[in-house]
Design a binder for this molecule. Structure first.
Ligand code: GDP
Ligand code: MN
Length: 394
C-alpha cells in the first residue's frame, strides 16, 4: 500500500526526521490558507500522486513540472491553480497520467547538495538494507544503471536492529563529518524504526539534502507498506487514498480476489498465484499480452467467479478471456458451475477459452459442454494459451 508524500513526511516527522513544514490542500481555498501559513521566502508547490518523477513530469495540457519552487505567494497560487485537478504524466505514471487531486504546499529550502537515502526490504537476504548515494535528486535510476559504485548498501540484521556502526558507515560513504554524522544517525534511526514498526517495504528519501547552513533535511519521501501487514496498523490504513487506486482493484479487494490490472488485452482468471504467473508468461510467449493478473484463490464460489468476470470485463481493452483452473481443493465441477452462472449473468461478448484440470475434471468439462455457452475448451495450458492468442490476435 502506497501513501502520499505529505503523509509520509508526517510519519517521518513523528519519528524525529527533519522535514520542511507544509500543508496539504485539495481546494483553491485550502491552497490560499496553506500559502498564507508558509514562513520564509521560498514556497514549494508539489503535486501529490502515488508516482515519482513529478519534478520532470508534464501535465496533459502542456504545463511543465509537478514540483514548483517559487519566490512569492502569487506565483505559488498560479502554480497551484495550474496543477490542481490537472493530469500529470511522469516516467512512472504511464501515458495516461494521474489526476492531481491533492497538493502539498511546503516551505522551500536552499540546497547545498542532494543525496539519496532509502531503506528497503531485501527479499534475498531477508533483511532491511540501507541504500545511500551522494548522487541524489531526480535521476537515481540512471545512477544505479551507469555508476552503481556510487550507491552504498548497508544491510541491517533484524536480530540487532540499527546500530551506530551502520549509521557511521552510511554517513562516511556520503562524505559526512562532524555534526552531520550525528544528524544523519538520528535520521537513520528514525527511518529504520518507522520502517520496522509500521511494516514498511520501502522508505525512500530522494532527495535528502544538506542546506548551506549544514542542516540535513528530508525534501521528498516515498513510503510503501506491506499490504499483508497493514491490517495491523489502523493509522496507516487510514492514509489509504482510493483516488489513487484502480477502481477494478478496489472492487476485486471487496471479494478477496488478488487482481492487478495490466495493459494487455487477454484477461486471465486463474487459481493460485504461481499458476497465474505461469499463465501470463505463456500468453506472452505466444505473442499475446495479459490484461491482468487474477488469482481467484482456493475457495472461489459462484459469487466470486461472477464478480471476477465482471471485473475483468469492465476493462475496455479486454478482447478475450483465458480461464485456467487446476482443481485441487477446489473442484473442477464447482468452478465450471461458476463459469456457467457467471457467463449467463453477464454479457460475454469476447472469446472465452477454458482449461480445467484436476479433481472432478470430467464432471467439470461435461457441465461446460452442456451449458450452451460459446467457449473453447482446452486440455493443456500451452494449448489454451495458443488458442486464446489466436482468437484475439487473429
Ligand atoms: P520528484 O520529482 O517526484 O522526485 O519530486 P521531489 O520532491 O524530489 O522534487 C524534485 C526536485 O525539486 C528535487 O530534487 C529538488 O531539486 C527540487 N526541490 C524540491 N523541493 C525543493 C526546495 O525546497 N528547494 C529547492 N531549491 N528545490 C527543491
Ligand atoms: Mn524525489
Amino acid at each position: 500500500m502506497n501513501i502520499h508524500e505529505y503523509q509520509a513526511k508526517g510519519l517521518l516527522a513523528d519519528y524525529g526526521v527533519p522535514v520542511p513544514s507544509g500543508y496539504a490542500a485539495t481546494t483553491a481555498e485550502e491552497v490560499d490558507s496553506a500559502i498564507a501559513k508558509i514562513e520564509g521566502d521560498l514556497i514549494v508547490v508539489k503535486a501529490q500522486i502515488h508516482a515519482g518523477g513529478r519534478g520532470k513530469g508534464t501535465f496533459t495540457d502542456g504545463y511543465k513540472g509537478g514540483v514548483k519552487v517559487v519566490k512569492d505567494a502569487a506565483a505559488a497560487k498560479d502554480a497551484a491553480a495550474a496543477m490542481l485537478n490537472n493530469t500529470l504524466v511522469t516516467a512512472q505514471t504511464g501515458p495516461a497520467g494521474r489526476k492531481v487531486q491533492t497538493l502539498y504546499i511546503t516551505e522551500g529550502c536552499d540546497i547545498a547538495h542532494e543525496y539519496y537515502l532509502a531503506i528497503v526490504l531485501d527479499r534475498e537476504t531477508a533483511q532491511a538494507v540501507i541504500i545511500a548515494s551522494t548522487e541524489g535528486g531526480m535521476d537515481i535510476e540512471a545512477v544505479a544503471e551507469k555508476t552503481p559504485e556510487k550507491i552504498t548498501r548497508v544491510p541491517v540484521s533484524p536480530s540487532t536492529g540499527i546500530r551506530p556502526h551502520h549509521c557511521r558507515e552510511v554517513a562516511f560513504s556520503l562524505g559526512f563529518a562532524g555534526d552531520q554524522v550525528k544528524q544523519l544517525s538520528k535520521i537513520l534511526v528514525g527511518v529504520y524504526k518507522m520502517f520496522w514498526e509500521k511494516n514498511a517495504m520501502l522508505v525512500e528519501i530522494n532527495p535528502l539534502i544538506t542546506t548551506p547552513e549544514g542542516e540535513v533535511v528530508a525534501l521528498d519521501a516515498k513510503v510503501s507498506f506491506d499490504g499483508n501487514a497493514v491490517f495491523k496498523h489502523a493509522d496507516i490504513l487510514a492514509l489509504r487514498d482510493l483516488n489513487e487506486e484502480d477502481p477494478k482493484e478496489i472492487e476485486a479487494s471487496k471479494y478477496d480476489l488478488a487482481y492487478i490490472a495490466l495493459d494487455g488485452n487477454i484477461a486471465c482468471m486463474v487459481n493460485g498465484a504461481g499458476l497465474a504467473m505461469a499463465t501470463m508468461d505463456i500468453i506472452q510467449s505466444f505473442g499475446g499480452s495479459p490484461a491482468n493478473f487474477l488469482d481467484v484463490g482456493g475457495g472461489a464460489n459462484e459469487e466470486k467467479v461472477t464478480a471476477a468476470f465482471k471485473i475483468i470485463l469492465s476493462d475496455p481493452n479486454v478482447k478475450g478471456i483465458l480461464v485456467n483452473i487446476f482443481g485441487g481443493i477446489m473442484k473442477c465441477d464447482v468452478i465450471a458451475r461458476g463459469v456457467v452462472a457467471a457467463a449467463k449473468n453477464i454479457d460475454l461478448n469476447v472469446p472465452l477459452v477454458v482449461r480445467l484440470e484436476g479433481t472432478n475434471v470430467e464432471a467439470g468439462k461435461k457441465i461446460l459442454s452442456e451449458s450452451g455457452i460459446a467457449l473453447t475448451p482446452a486440455d493443456s495450458l500451452v494449448h489454451a494459451a495458443e488458442l486464446i492468442v489466436k482468437q484475439v490476435n487473429g
